[in-house]
Every structure is written in structure tokens, then in C-alpha cells.
Design a protein around this ligand. Structure first.
Ligand code: G6P
Ligand code: MN
Length: 445
């Protein structure tokens, strides 16, 4: 079984490889191909993987290449985890937006649109090549903004591309834990778009346990989302939102917090990661130790500005291990070995959320087996959530249209229609500002 990782020089690749090393079963991945545009990043990550594999018999082999077509040929699974424009691009996404007083987060608001506009053309090119060179491969898309990018790729790959995110999994796990339920036995009733979804129920043995949580302020205030959103607001909503909804429900505070920090998340990671890749050039450095130290620091500071505005304090130790790689492995196993399971994934709607058309990619529990991921029918969202989901899907569609046509006017429309961009004039200036700093937007005319 051959797994190709696009963005193979990326920092989170050792998480995926670490998960593969725990898989001893029949039909496991035996061959990993890393693809990246940058040789030195491939070299750095390959060093970490070699140390991870050192004590594991029959560890999957690792090869690296900068030739995309070669990487794709013969792949059974393709993970796409690329970052177009790098972390410098992410920092610029934030900076340009904040200068206009709006959010520049990598997936939400203006920042997410800018990142989407430069990523979609690259993702579409990859999808076309996959369709030609590896038509039987399954593509697992990690690349953010994950819902939008998955939808762009699905136009060329249909249901053979599946988007993943660790946020809903972490959320479901935290809720199950405070309720004393086993996450493996719970059905998480969650739906929305990527980074824009709500848990409306958590069923164990046929009973919805969420009302018990919503009725208990102590329990509700004891985990990440309770601290972030506040118990009163969760009780008002009658649901637990994905952590990224903090940027919507507390937009003013998060924009202010991000404007006041010395370095935004993107700028912090740009510097932190540059240091990691530099250290990897030193032959005497212990690759795994340096990687792990860097990872721990990255995870501990995740969404720290949001937590600060909410007075939420440090992250719980249990929340630090993400789970990103576990979703990916669970998905691959379910498909490759027909091990039926239910996972929250980004797939084409196909009627699951009736307010959107069948081709709209949504984030929803799916039944996964050798035939792929099948969305489970869910209850409709309340009006306020439907409104947000439809507005943001409308924006995503404008981004896809702008990427296809190269129309600057359409790009302005995408920004202007976003609920977190408060003026058409701001949208116009954002397109100008982003075009100046991102070579990847030169196609907008
Ligand atoms: C979560 C999200 C991912 C995102 C990551 C960002 O895991 O679900 O979509 O890539 O956070 O973390 P970072 O350390 O890059 O800020
Ligand atoms: Mn995500």
C-alpha cells in the first residue's frame, strides 16, 4: 500500500508517520512517498521520520521527491497537506486584514478567502493530475481552508476526495469525556462547514446526553469550548459550536486581540518553523527531539489569543495531542480494509443538509467503508446557523468562481459578501492589499 504525502516536507508529517508506525495490521501502508517543492524541507522531515522508524521493525519505507507526477503515480492514498505561499503567506494574510480592522485568520474571514484564492488553483492542478495519473487513488485533503479546497478538488475527483479536520473530533472527544461517555460508543450529531459547525447532540445507547451537559454550568465550564464561549452563551445556543466560531461570536474581541499581539499566529509560526528547519541542517542535532520540542510549543500556544480574550487559561493537557493523524489513519483503514466506521468528514452534501445543493462540501458524520464516505442524514440546523452556513458557502462559491475565471471583480465580491467583512470598500482594499503581497494572486485581473 503506497501513501503519497503532498507537502511532504511539512511540519506535521511526523504525526502521520507516527500513526502509521502503530499500524501493524494486514493491508497497512508499507511505502511512503514525500513530495514537496523544497528539498531542504524534505531532508529535514525525512531525518525526523528516520529517527521515528529506528526502533520499529518493518517500518514503512520513505522516499522523497520534488517531482509531482512521479509522486502521484501508483499511489493508493494521497494526502494533500500543502501550504501555498508558506507561513510568510499566512502572516501576510493576517497583516493585510488586520490593517483593515478585520480578521486575517488562515481559514476564517478575509484571511481564509485570501488563502483560498491562492490555494484553489494549485489544488485544482493537483486534482487534475491525480485524475489522470492515479485515478483509483483516494485523496485525503488536509489543506486549508479544507472545506473549500475539498470542494474545488471534488469537481475533478468526485467523491474520491475527502476532506479532514481534527477540530470536530477533538470537540466530540471533549464532550464525551465530561459526560463520562466513551467517545468510541458515542454518536456525535455535528454538522456545518469546516470550522463552522455545531454539536447538537451526543447519543449513547440511543439516548441524547447533551441536554444533561447544557443543564449543568459546572460541567459546561469545565472544558475548552465552555471556557472559550462561556456557559451562558452555550446554554442560549443549545449547542456546542466548533472552536472556530469564536471568531464569529466574539469577532470584535478576537480582532482586537490579534491586532494587539506583538506577533500574530502566522508570524510566530513563520519564525518558529524557520528555526526548526534551520536546526535540522545541523548534522549533530537530534531531529526527533528538536521536532518534538517545537511541536509541543506549537500546540500549547494554539488559539492562545482567543483563550486570552475569554480568560480561558492554558489548554488542557488532553487537548494537546490534536488527533489529526488519528482521523487520517482511521479513514485510510476504513477504506482500505472495509473496516466500517463513522467519522466526521468533509464530503459532498448529497442531500444530508437540505438547505445546500448536493455538490456543496459540508462537514458531517459519514459512514466510511471500502466504497468511501457516505454522509449521514442529519436534522436541519436552526435558522441562525443556516444563515451563517449559507452565507459562507456563498462566499466559497465566489472564491471558486474567481479562481476559475481569474476575475478580480469576483474576488472583491467574495470578500464583500463575507459576514466578517463589514464594507464593500474594505473588500476592494483587501483585494489590492493581498495582490501586492501575494505573487500567487497575480492571476486576478
Ligand atoms: C487545527 C485546525 C487545523 C489547523 C490547525 C492550525 O488543528 O483544525 O485546520 O491547521 O489547527 O494550527 P496552527 O498550529 O497552524 O495554528
Ligand atoms: Mn481544521
Amino acid at each position: 500500500m503506497k501513501l503519497t504525502i503532498l507537502g511532504g516536507g511539512g511540519f506535521r508529517v511526523p504525526l502521520v508517520y507516527g500513526a502509521l508506525l502503530t499500524d501493524r495490521g494486514e493491508g497497512r501502508v508499507t511505502e511512503v512517498v514525500l513530495h514537496d517543492l523544497d528539498d531542504s524541507r524534505l531532508y529535514a522531515v525525512a531525518r525526523v521520520l528516520a529517527e521515528q522508524a529506528a526502533t520499529v521493525p518493518d517500518a514503512p519505507t520513505v522516499t522523497a521527491t520534488t517531482d509531482l507526477d512521479e509522486a502521484l503515480r501508483g499511489a493508493d492514498f494521497i494526502f494533500s497537506a500543502i501550504r501555498v505561499g508558506g507561513l510568510e503567506g499566512r502572516a501576510n494574510d493576517e497583516r493585510v486584514a488586520l490593517a483593515e480592522g478585520v480578521l486575517g485568520q488562515e481559514t476564517v474571514g478575509a484571511g481564509g478567502i485570501a488563502y483560498g484564492l491562492r490555494t484553489v488553483p494549485v489544488a485544482v492542478d493537483i486534482a487534475r493530475r491525480v485524475a489522470r495519473l492515479a485515478p483509483d487513488a483516494w485523496v485525503i485533503n488536509f489543506t486549508n481552508p479544507a472545506g473549500l479546497v475539498t470542494e474545488a478538488m471534488s469537481r475533478h475527483l468526485g467523491d474520491r476526495v475527502i476532506g479532514i479536520c481534527d477540530s470536530p473530533v477533538g470537540l466530540g472527544r471533549r464532550i464525551a469525556k465530561v459526560l463520562g461517555a466513551n467517545p468510541r460508543e458515542a454518536f456525535i450529531d455535528y454538522v456545518g462547514l469546516n470550522h463552522l459547525g455545531w454539536v447538537r447532540g451526543l447519543r449513547v445507547a440511543g439516548r441524547d446526553e447533551l441536554p444533561r451537559l447544557l443543564a449543568d454550568p459546572d460541567l459546561l465550564g469545565s472544558f475548552e469550548e465552555g471556557k472559550l464561549f462561556g456557559t451562558d452563551w452555550l446554554q442560549s445556543l443549545g449547542a456546542i459550536p466548533n472552536e472556530y466560531l469564536h471568531y464569529y461570536y466574539f469577532n470584535r474581541e478576537t480582532v482586537r486581540a490579534y491586532s494587539e499581539v506583538e506577533r500574530t499566529r502566522g508570524a510566530f509560526l513563520r519564525d518558529q518553523q524557520a528555526q526548526f528547519y534551520d536546526e535540522m541542517k545541523r548534522p549533530d542535532a537530534s531531529a526527533l527531539t528538536v521536532w518534538d520540542r517545537t511541536r509541543a510549543e506549537r500546540e500549547a500556544t494554539y488559539m492562545s489569543e482567543n483563550r486570552e480574550t475569554a480568560g480561558a487559561g492554558e489548554r488542557d493537557a488532553d487537548d494537546l495531542s490534536g488527533g489529526y493523524e488519528k482521523v487520517a489513519l482511521a479513514l485510510m483503514r476504513a477504506i482500505a480494509r472495509d473496516e466500517r466506521t463513522t467519522l466526521i468528514l468533509n464530503v459532498r452534501n448529497q442531500g444530508a443538509l437540505s438547505v445546500l445543493d448536493t455538490d456543496a462540501v459540508i462537514e458531517v458524520p459519514c459512514l466510511v467503508d471500502a466504497n468511501g464516505a457516505h454522509p449521514v442524514a442529519v436534522d436541519p440546523l436552526p435558522d441562525h446557523a443556516t444563515g451563517l452556513v449559507c452565507a459562507v458557502k456563498g462566499v466559497e462559491r465566489e472564491v471558486l468562481a474567481a479562481a476559475e475565471s481569474g476575475s478580480r471583480t469576483t474576488a472583491v465580491k467574495a470578500f464583500a459578501l463575507h459576514p466578517l467583512v463589514d464594507s464593500v470598500n474594505v473588500a476592494r482594499r483587501l483585494v489590492e492589499g493581498y495582490s501586492e503581497v501575494h505573487p500567487g494572486l497575480a492571476y486576478l485581473k
